[in-house]
Design a binder for this molecule. Sequence first.
Ligand SMILES: Cc1cc2nc3c(=O)[nH]c(=O)nc-3n(C[C@H](O)[C@H](O)[C@H](O)COP(=O)(O)OP(=O)(O)OC[C@H]3O[C@@H](n4cnc5c(N)ncnc54)[C@H](O)[C@@H]3O)c2cc1C
Length: 406
Amino acid sequence: MAAELSRAAAAGETVRAVGAGHSFNRLVCTDGTLLDMSACAGVTSIDREARTVTVGGGTSLAVLNAALDRVGLALANVGTITAQTVAGALATGNHGTGLAYGPFASLATALRLVTADGTVLDCDEHTDPELFRCARTSLGALGIVTSVTLRCVPAFRLRSEPDTRPLDDLLDGFDEWAGSADHVACSWLPWRDTASTRALHRTDEKASKGAGRRPWMSTLDEVRCGIAGLGSRLHGGAVPWLTATLPPRGPATSYVDTGHRVFSFPQPVRFFALEHALPLHGVPAAVRALRGALRRFGLYSPYSVLIRVGAADDAPLSPAYGRATGYVNLTVPRTARYVELLRTVEHVLREHEARPHWGKAHTATAEVLRPRYPEWDTFARMRGKLDPDGRFANDYLARLLGSVDE
Ligand SMILES: Cc1cc2nc3c(=O)[nH]c(=O)nc-3n(C[C@H](O)[C@H](O)[C@H](O)COP(=O)(O)OP(=O)(O)OC[C@H]3O[C@@H](n4cnc5c(N)ncnc54)[C@H](O)[C@@H]3O)c2cc1C
């Protein structure tokens, strides 16, 4: 890795790393050298006593989950997909849901960074804590993350409890709902007045019969959305009708399975997503404003708006920096028709102290973002120190963070 960076430096090329390439924006794009981090994948060591695992930055969460499973350990919380790499998930502030759980990067206890001049830096909570905080969520702007140590917990099972309730009831008691289970999520189709919720409780119960098939029900839902999305190319206003017409998948029921198999599900349908992190207490007002705007707009995505929650984080560029957070996600089919919808949603959420997910679609620039991150300058100083020549820059990063010397 150091040799590759020295070669790029000698050739005057910029460098970006790519993990699984699962970000919905141009974070990884470069005219210079693109480092494929699959060459830096695999589990290096597991310390069962300390409950930590050390992996290469290019290791996928799926591989990591399986390795931990084999020794009776697990990650405490992950998002809905496991294809992404550990370093990619750190870099973009990836998160799951659960009021007691910070973003994925909060599981990191140490990491190794190779900087622009090929220097290898090891940092953790005690050794250079400022670098560690900055490098935990860095958008790939500080260097190449080659190794990460993550905190684990004993393997656990979850009971998934689905429910349906009026959206307004949920918003009226939002804080209470957010803390009502280890992990909660709410899916809501904006033309409907009810929302589907999912509560996940840690349990000692055995895995349910046929539990392995359950994640595929969510996959099936996404396929239905994909089909409705194709239909909506012909007639954008037809989404509510199409969604109601496609064969229903049957009511969701409660089941128990191993934690990581309940958190995530296979997602083969390609879509586009926007997600913003809001102060938890601001979610009800933001969602009500969103409902008004979307109903006025009248063009709907077949995918539900997804609401998740999380604990505060202290990485300067973490979207959850300094506040308990509610995440509001809009997924749309990959057609030009939905650009206006994405813009509308972003515009509404931006009025509610929102910070965009670094791995998803948004139009924010450094001018908009800087006032939303109290420690923006801490990160900017670290970037100026580690990458004074902008070796890890690209056009997209210049839009988000400004240039290195700003
Ligand atoms: C179907 C789907 C579901 C998703 N679900 C969720 C979810 O539940 N929760 C959530 O928060 N997000 C979710 N996302 C977003 C996605 O997980 C994140 O954007 C994540 O970054 C993708 O990881 P990656 O390995 O693909 O990173 P990439 O997209 O390849 O890279 C992301 C950034 O990390 C940098 N990077 C990658 N590797 C390194 C490295 N070794 N060193 C330094 N920088 C590096 C890249 O340069 C880039 O800046 C989802 C995305 C998809 C497509």
